[in-house]
Design a protein around this ligand. Structure first.
Ligand SMILES: Nc1nc2c(ncn2[C@@H]2O[C@H](COP(=O)(O)OP(=O)(O)O)[C@@H](O)[C@H]2O)c(=O)[nH]1
Ligand SMILES: [Mg+2]
Length: 332
């Protein structure tokens, strides 16, 4: 007999909008059923090409993503869009703008758009983005576009899960390339200078080039620079072409798998850390206990170093005992 989970998974795989939307809400909120769902869906992922686009607020990311989505739809590829915007002062407006753009695609079942705002916990946002990507990938989307504001480490983490990373710069925003976070510059596989209808695009291009002359990438790829006017749809087809070129380059050099291994290595460590911490705090250290211990440390009645050692020793001792049972259960 078909279980409820199986039929849900089937409907997601068939790309049924409502099933996909419900799955996304479930994993985004980290509801209890999300773990079984993700386990079932993971087997059907790995097909989608994930493209991350990052840049300052107002750089034209949403406009560019919208145009790219149209371009891919013209190529008869299905598209999932995840717009992550943790900069709270902008979130309301950005999401409203994105809503309006979304309505333009409303009639097209080949496109799925989801806006995610901050939940206070940015690490959680990176986790949620990975899981939503899993849902969209299993849901059969050929291309997944992830839009993030390139401000902090957490956004870099989000973008890092992409196969291809596009960094969007604009002329005349006081956005001197030199002052842009080095981390963001390093992760760019492709640079876009959007709003090239404005003064100063050539200057931004020169600045990127001079930075590039200093940096050597391990994959020997020199990130191309593309000028766009997203609001007019200019340079979009060219950008899609460059993305395809980079994909081909990665495939030829066997780098796609390497990139995924690097990403999963970090993600796996994060997942382990989260799961262990959740178990430790959930089973042994409720909030009140943490608060009590913190009080003791603050009053110098205990030192935190010995305390951590004690807690971990106690935790692993008990885990070992439970571990034998668990191993028996899975039959190893
Ligand atoms: N002049 C000009 N304006 C643009 C261009 N691309 C986007 N915009 C405008 O810039 C504003 C911010 O765009 P949006 O896509 O919301 O930026 P985001 O915050 O990076 O997602 C909007 O008013 C767009 O219409 C462009 O190429 N040239
Ligand atoms: Mg936006």
């Amino acid at each position: 007999m078909q279980t409820a989970l199986q039929s849900w998974v089937d409907r997601i795989r068939a790309g049924e909008m409502r099933a996909v939307a419900r799955a996304i809400s479930t994993v985004e909120d980290g509801r209890p059923e999300s773990r079984d769902l993700l386990k079932a869906l993971f087997n059907f992922t790995g097909r989608a090409r994930v493209i991350g686009l990052t840049g300052a607020p107002g750089a034209g990311k949403s406009t560019l993503v919208d145009q790219l989505a149209r371009e891919y739809r013209r190529q008869e590829r299905t598209v999932g869009i995840i717009a992550v915007d943790p900069t709270s002062p902008y979130t309301g407006g950005a999401i409203l703008g994105d809503r309006i753009r979304m309505q333009a695609h409303h009639a097209d079942p080949g496109i799925f758009i989801r806006s995610m705002a901050t939940r206070g916990n940015l690490g959680g946002l990176a986790r949620a983005t990975t899981d939503v990507t899993t849902v969209l990938d299993a849901g059969g989307k050929d291309i997944i576009l992830i839009e993030t504001v390139g401000v902090g480490q957490d956004e870099i983490d989000i973008v890092r899960l992409a196969d291809v990373t596009v960094v969007i710069l604009v002329p005349g925003m006081g956005d001197d390339v030199q002052t842009i976070k080095a981390g963001i510059m390093e992760i760019a596989d492709i640079f876009v200078i959007n709003k090239s209808d404005r003064e100063g695009a050539d200057r931004v291009e020169r600045e990127i080039r001079s930075m590039q002359s200093l940096a050597i990438r391990s994959d020997k790829w020199t990130p191309p620079i593309i000028k766009t006017v997203a609001s007019e749809g200019q340079g979009i087809a060219e950008l899609a072409g460059i993305v395809a070129q980079y994909e081909q380059y990665l495939r030829q050099q066997d780098l796609l798998l390497k990139k995924k291994i690097t990403n999963w290595r970090e993600r796996l460590i994060e997942m382990l850390r989260d799961a262990l911490l959740e178990r430790l705090l959930g089973q042994r250290l409720p909030d009140a206990e943490i608060a009590r211990l913190a009080g003791e440390i603050a009053e110098h009645r205990r030192d935190p170093y010995s305390l951590v050692e004690e807690i971990i020793a106690d935790f692993t001792k008990n885990t070992h005992r439970g571990g034998a049972e668990a191993r028996e259960k899975v039959g190893t």
